[in-house]
Design a protein around this ligand. Structure first.
Ligand SMILES: Cc1cc2nc3c(=O)[nH]c(=O)nc-3n(C[C@H](O)[C@H](O)[C@H](O)COP(=O)(O)O)c2cc1C
Length: 269
């Protein structure tokens, strides 16, 4: 029996039945006591076959500076947390190659083997549900990044290198994907997180989608804090046209789709 009291949907959306998809998503992403877990040997088999990063081996590998010589931070952790804020604007000031390496390594870099569990994939600077690491990191660099020609790059965490997969400045095409194109025009670097959802959903089903988004938040926060500690400004961007961006990246948008962007440059306060 329907009560006379308005529901949350009535209050927020009016009385129309809008079939809010996020409610269905959230419901489907819930765990219950009767969920079946895949046996470990199946998960281990999957993980053994998963790549740590897409290979892009038709493109030349550009090694990043070793982790031991990454640039020192100007701020401590607490100071970086307090200093992080969205700047009023950003400008494409020059950025060293070592700063780029720090941003990539501290966001999704591999830092140790997975020895304590039966699961074979190496571990990283962020946590990952089931250590499945469903994300890939791309970035667009303009001429502002030292030693790098403008273009679209992919970070290979396993080889600690980058590969230029589009050999030209895509700033204008990328700007057209954003609802605030000026963000791309001001960025020295645009970091693009994408997800290969099946790396996670194969074990966790619909909850794996939730885990993938949570993990992107971990990566993004590391990028925010590392960039801030290096004296750079970061603009987090969720406002973009996914399909247009996926087309630029050359990914299908279903199995592999863009999730979240961070534009990095000199802060304009
Ligand atoms: C998931 C997410 C998406 C965001 N997308 C945008 C965006 O598309 N455009 C924008 O100007 N800011 C965006 N922001 C930045 C927020 O507006 C900003 O973080 C918020 O106003 C709080 O301010 P602060 O970052 O200075 O603390 C986004 C932030 C998050 C966490």
């Amino acid at each position: 029996m329907r009560s006379d009291r308005p529901t949350w949907d009535d209050l927020v959306w009016g009385t129309e039945d809008l079939d809010l998809i996020w409610e269905a998503f959230h419901e489907n992403s819930k765990s219950t006591a009767v969920d079946d877990a895949l046996p470990n040997y199946v998960v281990v088999d999957w993980m053994t076959r998963m790549k740590n990063a897409l290979p892009y081996d038709a493109f030349a590998a550009i090694p990043l500076p070793p982790v031991a010589i990454l640039p020192p931070f100007r701020l401590g952790l607490g100071e970086a947390i307090l200093a992080r804020q969205t700047p009023r604007g950003i400008a494409p000031a020059s950025m060293s190659f070592a700063m780029l390496a720090a941003l990539l390594f501290y966001s999704y870099g591999i830092n140790r083997p997975n020895e304590a569990t039966p699961f074979p994939r190496p571990l990283r600077n962020v946590p990952s549900g089931g250590a499945l690491f469903p994300l890939e990191i791309y970035f667009h660099a303009r001429s502002a990044v030292e030693s790098l020609a403008p273009g679209l790059y992919h970070y290979n965490s396993e080889e600690h290198c980058v590969r230029r997969i589009v050999n030209r400045d895509l700033s204008e095409e990328l700007a057209c994907c954003l609802f605030q194109p000026e963000i791309v025009r001001g960025a020295a670097l645009l970091v693009i997180q994408t997800a290969l959802f099946r790396r996670n959903t194969v074990k966790y089903g619909d909850r794996g989608y939730r885990f993938t988004l949570i993990e992107a938040g971990h990566v993004a926060q590391n990028i925010n804090l590392v960039a801030t500690a290096l004296g750079l400004g970061v603009w987090n961007v969720g406002g973009f046209q996914d399909r247009a961006l996926d087309r630029l990246l050359g990914i299908d948008g279903i199995n592999h789709s863009s999730l979240y962007l961070q534009a990095i440059g000199e802060k304009i306060d």
